[in-house]
Design a protein around this ligand. Structure first.
Ligand code: URA
Length: 260
């Protein structure tokens, strides 16, 4: 039977429900989960010969390792446009299916400063650019305070290029499969220094958590000087922390003036 609504309309309806916070689907007819469990137990108890009749699981070597696929795709990208295309063609991250847009980067490729955020939120997902919502506007004001401008002197990306549903924290496997792309992204953008904002970025690039402890001290990530800072979204919720963020910004400004 032909469906009454087309694919795009059905997807828009689903997205609307996700925005409203729906996180479970319930069918019209009840499901007897005890019966399901019984059936599973009975299936497990069927003799080995019946099991052997079934299609065999694919051998381990034909199963796809998303991290290895990501590494190969990322390493093959010779420039930022090729990397964007490689990410766009990567089909192993579930987040891609729920996202409106790939959020790759913003700012000036080749700028001295590269900022690594966490993941797109709703506004970024809509526009396909990182840090365009309230946190991004605060980030722009912070940068302006030390004479940096997104359109002239910084390059911005995120650990994850797709918005996680309901802005949930990314899962470890999602971060792991995006790592090769992030590393390649930084190598191709070739900044002089990195600003790492928030816990997820600190974990992805430094292998450490605890941004309020890490912030303010220069460290190294992928061979580059890196300044961990609290995330602008945290500053929106915790204005008192702006004082420390200001200290970190002055550190960055001083280092840029020294020529890093
Ligand atoms: N927070 C992030 O970390 N990145 C964005 O792009 C937006 C909000």
């Amino acid at each position: 039977m032909e469906s009454a609504i087309d694919w795009h309309r059905a997807r828009a309806l689903l997205e609307w429900q996700l925005e409203l916070g729906v996180d479970e689907t319930i069918s019209d007819a009840p499901i007897d989960r005890f019966a399901l469990e019984r059936a599973l137990r009975e299936k497990a108890a069927t003799p080995a010969v019946a099991v052997a009749d079934k299609a065999p699981a694919p051998p381990a070597e034909t199963r796809v390792d998303p991290v290895a696929v990501a590494r190969q795709a990322a390493d093959a990208a010779g420039d930022l446009e090729a990397l964007r295309a490689a990410l766009g063609g990567f089909e192993h991250c579930e987040l891609k299916k729920g996202a409106r847009n790939l959020v790759f980067s913003d700012g000036v490729p080749g700028a001295r400063v590269m900022i690594v955020g966490e993941a797109p939120g709703r506004d970024e997902d809509r526009e396909g650019r990182p840090f365009v919502g309230r946190a991004g506007q605060l980030l722009d004001r912070m940068l302006a305070a030390i004479g940096l401008a997104r359109a002239e002197s910084v390059y911005i990306t995120n650990v994850l290029p797709w918005r996680p549903p309901q802005n949930r924290d990314p899962k470890p496997d999602e971060i792991a499969m995006m790592q090769p792309f992030l590393r390649r992204h930084i190598a191709l953008a070739a900044p002089e220094l990195l600003i790492i904002t928030g816990n997820i970025s600190a974990h992805a690039l430094l292998g450490k958590r605890g941004i309020t402890r890490l912030r303010g001290t220069w460290t190294e990530a992928l061979g580059l000087p890196a300044m961990p800072m609290v995330h602008p979204a945290y500053l929106l919720r915790t204005p008192l922390a702006k004082r420390e963020a200001w200290v970190d910004l002055l550190e960055i400004q001083a280092r840029l003036r020294q020529g890093t």
